[in-house]
Design a protein around this ligand. Structure first.
Ligand SMILES: Nc1ncnc2c1ncn2[C@@H]1O[C@H](COP(=O)(O)OP(=O)(O)OP(=O)(O)O)[C@@H](O)[C@H]1O
Ligand SMILES: [Mg+2]
Length: 350
């Protein structure tokens, strides 16, 4: 049956990054989910890493946007343009997914209408078949968890637009909780803090750099500092400041508390047997936020549950979505069927 499809893709269409996995090749694309458009003519100027490099440096007529918000498509036209560009990049010539089957991840808890809209977007790009799969399930599979077995696993995916906590068993999501604060909102908080505290305007890439280089979830971590350049709000001139990890810690501490709370809430919602499994199996951390210094240790200390960081936290969702393609064994089949709400619900090109 799979012979009908020339190519098989797993796509993680994330708020911050789009990752594409091609069966037989591995991860073939990983780029920021960003689009730069000429506001006056509507012309597409740049996509992905190229568009991201323009942030804070482009003239006024250039509109740079993230087509997804909190994991869901906010601007369909831009998303289609972005995907078209990425597809062309990986295929070298055609910008269409002809004769291909695509499994694409979506945040858990979104409506069937939203799921269908994502599948339609992929079909619009020429795919023969598109199946939306829930992100924590794909991430867990891509990170190597045996999600088809009757054992509870807890996944905490810390992305750019959402944090999702999910308890999985028998290939399905038993309980979940979504926090609509994640990497990108931390960046915005850092920007606001620097503006208020130091009268300095910095760009979102600088604030992301602050987070990645000195952000920590550990209150007693050794103090680190970073020099950051921006524009003085009053004078309008460039100026540098030195900011410390202690300041950033205070800013994001509430966020870490909300993650611990989300883990508790999710465990409370699931049957005691599965909660018991999670305590034994541990928590899987994935998404770019899993790389925040000291976060694994903090979750371990505050919940008493072992924590493991996925080997490829930024890629595991696309890899897992790709692994669901062409799965044949009954056990694994159960996993992807549950993820996709059954193959019958997949959208196929007519
Ligand atoms: N080393 C790091 N330390 C802290 N944060 C990081 C690090 N590396 C990446 N990130 C953050 O991870 C986020 C992106 O993660 P990811 O690619 O998993 O998100 P996404 O899948 O695009 O978003 P979502 O799942 O919410 O739709 C960004 O906010 C980025 O700043
Ligand atoms: Mg994600």
């Amino acid at each position: 049956m799979l012979k009908r499809f020339d190519k098989l893709f797993g796509i993680d269409l994330g708020t911050s990054n789009t990752v594409i996995y091609e069966k037989g090749k591995g991860v073939v694309l990983s780029e920021p989910s960003v689009v730069a458009v000429n506001q006056e003519t509507g012309e597409l100027l740049a996509v992905g890493a190229e568009a991201q490099a323009m942030i804070g440096r482009a003239p006024g007529y250039v509109d740079i946007t993230y087509p997804l918000t909190n994991g869901v498509i906010a601007n369909f036209d831009m998303t289609k343009n972005m995907l078209q560009h990425f597809i062309k990049k990986i295929q070298g010539r055609s910008s269409f997914l002809r004769s291909s089957q695509v499994y694409i991840s979506v945040p858990c808890g979104i409506t069937n209408v939203q799921k269908r809209a994502v599948e339609e977007t992929i079909i619009h790009k020429g795919a023969q078949k598109a199946v939306a799969v829930e992100e924590p399930l794909a991430a867990a599979l891509g990170a190597g968890l045996p999600i088809g077995e009757p054992i509870g696993h807890l996944v905490l995916d810390i992305g750019g637009g959402t944090c999702q906590v999910a308890v999985l068993s028998l290939g399905g999501i038993v309980a979940s909780h979504t926090v609509n604060r994640a990497g990108m909102s931390i960046d915005r908080d850092i920007m606001e803090y620097v503006k208020k505290q130091y009268n300095l305007e910095i760009g979102e890439r600088s604030s992301e750099e602050i987070k990645m280089r000195i952000g920590t979830a550990n209150a007693s971590a050794q103090e680190k500092t970073i020099e950051i350049r921006g524009r003085d709000v009053i004078e309008g001139l460039p100026r540098s400041i030195r900011i410390s990890s202690g300041e950033i810690y205070k800013l994001v501490d509430d966020f870490f508390k909300s993650l611990i709370e989300a883990i508790r809430t999710t465990l409370e919602k699931c049957p005691p047997e599965l909660a018991g499994d999670v305590i034994e199996q541990g928590i899987l951390l994935c998404g770019g936020g899993a790389l925040l210094e000291g976060l694994d240790e903090r979750i371990r200390t505050e919940t008493g549950i072992p924590v493991h960081i996925a080997e490829r936290p930024l890629d595991c969702t696309a890899i897992g979505a790709g692994m669901m393609l062409g799965v044949r064994s009954a056990k694994q089949g159960l996993a992807w069927r549950a993820a996709a709400d059954g193959p019958d619900e997949a959208v196929e090109a007519g």
